[in-house]
Design a protein around this ligand. Structure first.
Ligand SMILES: [Zn+2]
Length: 341
């Protein structure tokens, strides 16, 4: 296996390692596309002190099965698959009780386990999910975000016709907004900048709001004065977190969702006054099959988020450039890599 590793001294370097099929349910996947996002860059830059080094980054990837330790009913050699970034530990109190979704010790690719910035991965049959031929690769690379969005919808119990504010017009914010429409809620996507909101509008998000000093008035106007009972703050949102609390109605729920762990200081005084409930959702474990169905049913339009393919030989330069931009708090786009060359 050839991979790109962040060393303990913070440098990225190419490594080679032999990885063998190691259990009856193990399989080998040729990684065909890998995605490096701002969240990956935040983690390898030390945000939240969550990542353990040395580490191969990369939470999102798709690939093709090249070898199986034993025949499987659902998986075959040559099958295109998406890969779950989260793996439950199997040993904690919840795992032993059959509640893997609430595992105390998830191993997450690109955080506390090696990610997918490598040409091959040895995985288990539980980590991979076959992709139907109708699902496009440029869409499938975002399955991890779709699975996360499904976890958010599940945890917030969104009802038909209910307003949900999503702060952060990122690709995740747009996916979540589209899924809320799919489940018959009414998303209001909010961002400090027009650019992300415009892309989301093209993808079918009707209510978008740019943050201005009168944002609370704008939200009031859209909700008939009721304000918002379900608010989602994307961990990569560039808006102040206070906004989530200000636009919340009394007894509302606020969810913090994303894959990275930025330092967030929340105004708990407002939470006390309004008796708010706060939740955090950081993986889409258990939702991959539903996420694939979402794409197969064309329930989300990701055509405006398709990224250009970059080459493997440029990985070191591209990742270093992203890290430099992150450090300088500059904007940069996600990196889609053709792991076939
Ligand atoms: Zn566990």
């Amino acid at each position: 296996m050839n991979g790109w590793q962040i060393n303990t001294n913070g440098k990225i370097e190419k490594i080679s390692r032999t990885e063998m099929l190691n259990s009856v349910d193990s399989l080998k996947v040729k990684i065909t596309r890998a995605l490096i996002t701002e969240e990956d860059i935040a983690l390898i830059s030390g945000e939240g002190k969550a990542a353990t080094f040395p580490l191969i980054p990369g939470r999102m990837a798709i690939g093709q099965i090249t070898d199986l330790a034993s025949p499987s009913e659902y998986l075959a050699k040559g099958a295109k698959v998406c890969i779950s970034a989260a793996r439950s530990c199997g040993n904690c109190y919840h795992c032993l009780d059959g509640k893997n979704k609430q595992c105390f010790d998830f191993k997450i690719a690109g955080v506390n386990a090696d990610g997918f910035l490598k040409d091959f991965a040895v995985l288990t049959t539980e980590d991979v999910f076959p992709l139907p031929p109708s699902v496009k690769e440029t869409d499938a690379i975002y399955l991890e975000y779709i699975a996360l969005a499904l976890s958010v919808i599940d945890k917030l119990h969104i009802e038909k016709g209910q307003h949900v504010a999503i702060i952060g017009a990122t690709v995740f914010g747009c996916i979540l907004s589209q899924l809320i429409i799919y489940y018959q809620g009414v998303p209001i996507l909010i961002d400090d900048e027009e650019e992300g909101l415009l892309t989301a509008k093209k993808s079918g998000i009707y209510y978008t709001l740019k943050v201005t000093p009168k944002i609370e008035v704008d939200v009031g106007a859209l909700t008939g004065g009721r304000m918002i009972s379900k608010v989602v703050f994307s961990s990569r949102a560039n808006s102040p977190v206070d906004l989530a609390f200000k636009i919340a109605s009394p007894f509302a729920e606020i969810a913090f969702a994303g894959f990275s762990y930025p330092s967030i200081k929340a105004p708990l005084q407002i939470a006390l006054k309004k008796q708010l409930t706060c939740k955090a959702i950081t993986n889409g474990f258990g939702n991959y099959e539903t996420a694939i169905n979402v794409l197969a049913n064309k329930a989300v339009d990701l055509s405006h988020y398709a990224l250009p393919l970059t080459k493997m030989e440029d990985i070191e330069t591209n990742v270093d450039n992203m890290r430099a931009a992150f450090k300088e708090k500059k904007k940069f786009s996600d990196l889609l890599i053709n792991m076939l060359g």
